[in-house]
Write a protein of this length. Structure first.
Length: 228
């Protein structure tokens, strides 16, 4: 079979892997956002000098350093193969989502903490003085401003996360690179297959980058229009 004859079946197979990659990235992004924000709020709430606050910040800092310094692939192997050895079996997709999401939570925690620290303390004090509860202050005053500040970092993270789904092929998650290697073995059309995989990643990442850039622009415009 020549390259042109093989191309349609190659694209169909890789497209199935792209759908899996998108699902992994979406699931990991949800975990990263929720976990990162939860950790950031814990750090923000324990910013005093109490012993409990220092211990909590120390634990969070240790988790962040672990995620930064241990390769992502090692986390995936631990979740997929390590847990299976003690009787807890995760599917390749579940292990990939949890692994990449957990690493992302540690990454985004630092981003969220920095954004919260950059907000003037007077805004929180004014909101509380106006009668808002601490939860209302966080929801209506601090978090909307934080979202505008962290949007560039979130856009970069989302794009990188989609690319990192290629690591999941190492634990047999049926994403793009997993199918690409299988196709190379069965068809020997190596240049065509990997060129198709590259084009497929670009077809996913370029629109994603454009959408996130437009969203960031709208947030920035809204902030400028709201500024007296």
């Amino acid at each position: 079979m020549n390259a042109l004859d093989a191309l349609p079946s190659i694209l169909v197979t890789l497209a199935a892997g792209a759908w899996t990659a998108a699902r992994i990235a979406a699931g990991a992004l949800v975990i990263a956002l929720a976990g990162g924000l939860a950790l950031a709020l814990l750090v923000h709430a324990s910013s005093g000098g109490s012993l409990a606050g220092r211990l909590l910040r120390g634990v969070v800092a240790a988790l962040i350093e672990w995620a930064r310094n241990v390769p992502a692939l090692a986390h995936l192997f631990l979740l997929y193969f390590g847990l299976a050895s003690v009787g807890l079996r995760l599917s390749p997709m579940a292990a990939a989502i949890l692994g990449l999401g957990g690493i992302g939570a540690a990454t985004l925690c630092d981003v969220f903490v920095a954004a919260l620290k950059s907000l003037h303390v007077g805004q929180r004090e004014a909101a509380l003085a106006a009668g808002l509860t601490p939860w209302q202050t966080l929801r209506f005053v601090l978090l909307p401003q934080m979202l505008r500040l962290v949007m560039p970092a979130l856009a970069n993270f989302a794009s990188q996360l989609l690319k990192d789904t290629s690591l999941a092929s190492a634990i047999a998650a049926p994403e793009i690179m997993f199918f690409a290697r299988q196709l190379v073995t069965s068809t020997f059309q190596t240049p065509l297959i990997y060129a198709s995989a590259l084009a497929l990643y670009a077809a996913m990442l370029l629109p994603l980058g454009w959408v996130l850039s437009r969203f960031e622009t709208r947030l920035t415009r809204g902030r400028l229009e709201a500024t007296p």
